[in-house]
Write a protein that binds this ligand. Structure first.
Ligand code: GLP
Length: 246
């Protein structure tokens, strides 16, 4: 894993937006894997700014989001669909036909997950997968447990994850759905390049275990150690517990 540490979360977002813009310039029909969550909000704001300045052109870019809550329709402001529209899709020149998010209201979740896997495959696979990090070590909604599910699946959310997602649900953990659809870890590891971003002191312990601990389903993000082209982009606070220091 290659580690990059930035002074602040804002500096990280600026540098990563420039990196994404350069990747799009090098491959205008790039396939991006995208996360929701608070961490990427700054990055998306920066990409919107660069797009308005004409420094990045999303017209041929394809995106696949990592996850979506079960039972929340795409038009609902609490969905990750809506999150992506709010923070990125409505403000850049992405074509809606090339923006993909799992459908949390699909009547048959297993079919929906299989459809999504096929769509990623047909799109040629993910070129650049961006990731956030759950406080319990999840990526997407691949939750810690005794075993992991390789491919896109319906995941049961832990209490910690539901608590971490209350922001979208009026601060009430009980209002957060108990299940979500998530791209699987094997699908994530199939991407050509992975950039995981983590910011803030509350991620520091998890960052240390992800980078320095054993590869274990108890900490799904540790599986990224197995990928030959993974970068971990941190601010000083989230890097503060690494044995090499921030
Ligand atoms: C959420 C999402 C993840 C996200 C993570 C971190 O539950 N499913 O895709 O990366 O948790 O969220 P945040 O960036 O808000 O800390």
């Amino acid at each position: 894993m290659r580690i990059r540490v930035f002074e602040t979360a804002a500096a990280l977002a600026r540098a990563l937006a420039r990196d994404v813009a350069a990747s799009v310039a090098a491959n205008p029909s790039i396939v991006l894997g995208l996360p929701a969550g608070r961490t990427p909000v700054r990055l998306y704001a920066e990409l919107v700014r660069l797009c308005r300045l004409g420094r990045v052109d999303f017209s041929r870019v394809t995106t696949f989001n990592l996850d979506e809550f079960v039972g929340i329709p795409s038009g609902d402001p609490r969905s990750y669909h809506a999150f992506m529209r709010r923070h990125l899709v409505d403000h850049v020149n992405l074509r809606s036909s090339r923006v993909h998010v799992l459908d949390g209201t699909a009547p048959d979740a297993v079919r929906e997950c299989a459809r999504y896997e096929r769509a990623i495959e047909r799109g040629g696979g993910i070129d650049l997968q961006l990731l956030g990090l759950g406080v319990n070590g999840h990526v997407g909604f691949n939750e810690p447990g005794p075993a992991m599910i390789a491919r896109t699946h319906c995941a049961r959310l832990s209490r910690a994850t539901r608590r971490a997602n209350t922001g979208l649900f009026g601060s009430r953990p009980s209002a957060v759905p108990r299940e979500a659809l998530s791209v699987g870890m094997a699908t994530i590891l199939h991407a050509s390049r992975i950039v995981l971003m983590a910011t803030g002191a509350r991620k520091a312990a998890c960052v240390r275990r992800m980078v320095e601990g054993p590869v274990t389903p108890r900490l799904p993000a540790s599986f990224l150690q197995l990928h030959p082209n993974t970068e971990v982009w941190l601010d000083r606070a989230s890097a503060s517990r690494l044995s090499t220091g921030p």
